[in-house]
Design a binder for this molecule. Sequence first.
Ligand code: GDP
Length: 295
Amino acid sequence: MMLQGLSEKLQGVFANLKKKGKLSEKDVKEAMREVRVALLEADVNFQVVKKFIKTVREKSTGQEILNSLTPGQQVIKIVRDELQELMGGQNEGLNLNTHPAPIMLVGLQGAGKTTMSVKLAKKLSQDNKKVLLVAADIYRPAAIKQLESMAEQQEIDLFQLGTNNSPVDICKAAMEHAKKYGHDILIFDTAGRLHVDDKLMDELDDIQQATSPCETLLVVDAMTGQDAVNVAQNFNDKLGISGVVLTKLDGDTRGGAAISIKAVTGAPIKYIGTGEKVENLEVFHPDRMASRILG
Ligand code: GDP
């Protein structure tokens, strides 16, 4: 199960609280100390944890909570609501307000961009959209091959010009192609590198300027924990991202990225990847994620 370690720890803390019946301020403080440790162990950003604990403690130690019939339950509800808030409150759907609507996927190499572009294309085409995948990673011929074969398997249209044109020219040509052939949505699978660098950012910026994407989605690997959050902040500063797609949440990821990214960067998580297969894509719902974590 996703985020198992964190989930088990929090459930342990709350089982104790519920058993107690009546709660003192000290009981709540003690529980919050354990919650704090659990969140830090799950690799949640330190500042985010600090603020979270402060808010929950303030809300949980009021007399109306402590003197209520079920103080433990109320504290758990406060934690759940705050956790949901932290992760963005409600799901924010895709903003696809132009026709055709370009979606640009960006991220570091290996984050899962190519896989995600096909997952997203499949999902949108199931919603009766005509989708065009665009191979804009010209530095790795293998990436184009991979996209080509996945697109073919899933019967999604692919636009590619090989490796001899610049990514920005490929994306511009793809826009013309989409207009001509009536595609509703384009998905640009852009190049990634091992580290954030200026050349990559300039290239992505050029594509953004030339195509005005409705969405610039950053694909990040949840397994990389706090690094994922740093990468998100970096891309957001340089490019302005409209949302995040968190991949590899199926592994034994500790979950810190899922909890911290929105709070640190302001960019909401829109989708999550939960496996290598095309159908392993979920819309990210902060409320459901909070419930998963708290059991
Ligand atoms: P890119 O370099 O960003 O385009 O990354 P790829 O799409 O090539 O993915 C890199 C590796 O991660 C591949 O082996 C994918 O099968 C794998 N992968 C992608 N998404 C997921 C996911 O959600 N879960 C798991 N377990 N593996 C994934």
